[in-house]
Design a protein around this ligand. Structure first.
Ligand code: IVH
Length: 668
């Protein structure tokens, strides 16, 4: 391909990817598979690497992040970002409407009602149809330039489509985290030994202020746009200008309605007060805006908020119920979480039976007694919480909730670490949920990914004293497994094969699997890259550890504590003897790890991929390429015209033979 052809191909690919991105993230109506999308993206990446002179700052490849901003620069807003006045009742809405009517005299006006998305406000500036910069609200006068982070949000267009947009304009909206994404993200964080985020709103605003844009790219953020600001107006109506923005490729929410009077406004509010619980994201109210921009100008602003718009805030949903008991859960790290068991009550569309009490201090602040009548609320958080006690209803002989002193599972005296609100059971190696939790983490998909074993199998093995730590897994054999309940020959084979295959898992994931507190998969990757082997890691002192990028005091101390424990050293020695990888290999690749370090041989002619693409894809998804078949080969991808001797050898060695379509399914 010559330079001119490369330029055309880059333009064509960019345009194509932009269209599919819009269909997928804005219209929610994809027509291309993720696989094909990634393939085109990869092709574009390769071409841009080869011809950097054609790399565009708003190319679809720039969404993956990678830039690190040490400190965000502050930039003044062209138009201040005001906030909205709040109302809480129909009465207050009527007052607002009366004020508007009084100022507009006898001119006819209408309102636009929107949902009040609960996230972080942003302002995007487009020049000649391209995203030029993005700012946070800041203090309303100036905000932080977070352009690199914003580019990673796939539903925000980097280049606009269609025409008719002003040469220079601003569009404002809310970045938020959908509930499903929030839950999944927290699950992954907890699996990796990290603290979960408290609610979707904080996760969204925290993410936008993250310095490493590749971390932002991994957060499930979305963005709804709710206001166009341009010196040359695109329409006299706010409603119409949003429709235009939609045609230019912006994600404009479909929940907008025109309303003519207070009754219609109130009907919209009532509809969403109920309906909001079915939305896939959180809202905290309704925003009411005068539609006509001339009228908006006429009404003007006060120092803080516009006179042409107001928000209606939903009352926090709360219910009274009875606290029946408090139980205490022990997590994988030994952290104790008190949980309130409640008389079941319906709250915000779901039946609530339990509420998190977080820690001892919260119980003391609430001054909780058993059988108290308590208020339960669902605020921004997903798990409901107790916000107060109805003390008048307390029985005279009620007993105060006494925080436990011993671990409910192993009776070890609990400790409280300095600066931490939680109590811990320090019996890391002898407390059943901690042991089982560590083993569960060890076998999990992002860790050693051991097929054939789940939480129930671990319970079974633990209860039968077959395993007391994760190193014991490798001591399992047919004789010990077969007598277990519901353990058929086939399941045993699967487990043993899964364990055998896990010996090929690269060092960075073995390190993550060890369950060192605060060493999640990203940190493990970093450490593996920096120190290269477990021996080297064990030799590092505090200063050396914190000198590594992204390793702070807390992680460093936790690593030192881990290697200080004889039991951990013993486990590592056992794992090493069983052949697990404790050294980084030069060709360990970064990227998705679905192929789990398995080695592949590619042979024959293919139609879905070229041979080179196939090899690159294997590496991209965490597999390894080898040229000849051996006992270590996990898969042979067989194309057309593959020689019969290869096939025979693969069959003899018991290597799994798959087609390119089967391989494609594996990574999808
Ligand atoms: S309009 C002049 N519309 O609510 C203010 N704001 O206090 C113009 N918000 O953090 C704001 N959904 O980001 C508007 N549909 C919506 C909104 C909305 C959420 C947020 C906004 C800001 C706060 C306003």
């Amino acid at each position: 391909m010559n330079k001119i052809e490369a330029k055309h191909r880059i333009e064509k690919l960019s345009e194509e990817l932009r269209k599919h991105n819009h269909r997928y993230y804005v219209l929610d109506n994809p027509i291309m598979s993720d696989f094909d999308f990634d393939k085109l993206l990869k092709e574009l990446q390769v071409l841009e690497n080869e011809y950097p002179e054609f790399l565009d700052a708003n190319s679809p490849t720039q969404r993956v992040g990678g830039s690190v901003t040490k400190s965000f620069t502050s930039k003044e807003h062209k138009f201040p970002m005001l906030s909205l006045g709040n109302t809480y009742s129909q009465e207050e809405i009527r007052d607002f409407d009366n004020r508007v009517r009084k100022m507009l005299g006898d001119q006819a006006y209408s309102y636009v009602c929107e949902l009040k998305y609960d996230g972080a406000a942003i302002s995007l500036t487009y020049i000649n149809g391209e995203l030029a910069f993005a700012l946070t609200r800041g203090d309303g006068v100036a905000g932080d330039d977070i352009t690199n982070n914003i580019k990673t949000i796939s539903s925000i267009p980097l280049k606009l489509q269609g025409d008719g947009f002003p040469e220079y304009f601003e569009i404002r909206g809310e970045v938020f985290m959908p509930l499903k994404g929030f839950e999944n993200m927290n699950k992954t964080r907890v699996d990796g030994g990290l603290e979960p985020f408290s609610n979707p709103r904080n996760s969204a605003s925290g993410s936008l202020k993250t310095q490493d844009s590749s971390i932002v790219a991994s957060r499930p953020l979305d963005c709804y746009l709710y206001g166009v600001i341009a010196a040359e107006r695109v329409s006299n109506s706010h409603f119409d200008s949003l429709n235009k923005a939609k045609a230019w490729g912006f994600k404009v929410p479909p929940f907008i309605e025109r309303c003519e009077n207070v009754d219609e406004l109130w009907a919209f509010i009532n509809k969403w007060e109920e309906g909001r619980h079915k939305l896939p994201f959180e809202i905290d109210g309704i925003v009411i805006k005068v539609d006509d921009l001339d009228f908006q100008e006429e009404l003007g602003n006060t120092a803080k908020s516009p006179r042409w718009a107001i928000s209606y805030k939903f009352p926090a949903e709360r219910q009274a119920t009875i606290l029946e008991s408090v139980s205490y859960q022990v997590g994988r790290t030994g952290a104790i979480t008190p949980v309130a068991n409640l008389q079941p009550v319906e709250l915000a569309g779901t039946i609530v039976k339990r509420a998190s009490l977080h820690n001892k201090q919260i119980i003391e602040q609430l001054d909780l007694y058993l059988n108290d009548a308590v208020w339960v609320e669902k605020g921004g958080e997903i798990i409901p919480k107790i916000t107060g006690v109805i003390k008048e209803k307390r029985a005279v002989d009620a007993k105060m909730v006494q925080y436990i002193e011993e671990c409910p599972e192993c009776e070890t005296i609990l400790i409280q670490k300095e600066g931490e609100a939680n109590h811990y059971c320090p019996n890391e190696m002898g407390c059943p949920p901690q042991i089982k939790g560590k083993i569960e983490h060890f076998i999990s998909r992002k860790a050693m990914n051991i097929m054939g074993i789940g939480a129930e199998t671990i319970d079974l093995m633990f209860e039968n004293s077959l395993i007391l730590n994760y190193a014991d897994l490798y001591k399992l054999d047919r004789e010990s497994l077969l007598p277990l309940d519901r353990m058929a020959e086939k399941s045993v084979d699967k487990i043993l094969q899964g364990l055998e295959e896990s010996k090929k898992v690269p060092f960075e994931r073995v390190l993550f699997s060890l369950g060192i507190r605060f060493v999640g998969s990203t940190v493990a990757k970093k450490l593996a890259k920096e120190v290269g082997s477990i021996e080297e890691l064990a030799k590092q002192n505090f200063e050396q550890l914190i000198a590594i990028d992204e390793i702070g005091d807390r992680i460093a101390q936790s690593i030192l504590d881990f290697f200080d424990d004889e039991m951990n050293l013993e486990n590592i020695a056992v794992l090493k003897a069983f052949g697990l990888q404790f050294e980084r290999e030069e060709d360990d690749v970064e990227g998705s790890d679905v192929l789990n370090g398995a080695s592949f041989v590619v042979s024959g002619v293919f139609s879905l991929f070229s041979r080179d693409e196939l090899k690159a894809t294997i590496e991209q998804y965490g597999g390894k390429n080898t040229s000849s078949l051996s006992k270590k080969t996990a898969f042979l991808i067989a194309g057309d015209k593959m020689g019969p001797s290869k096939l025979e050898k693969a069959e003899k060695l018991g290597i799994k033979i798959i087609s390119e379509a089967e391989f494609k399914a594996m990574i999808e």
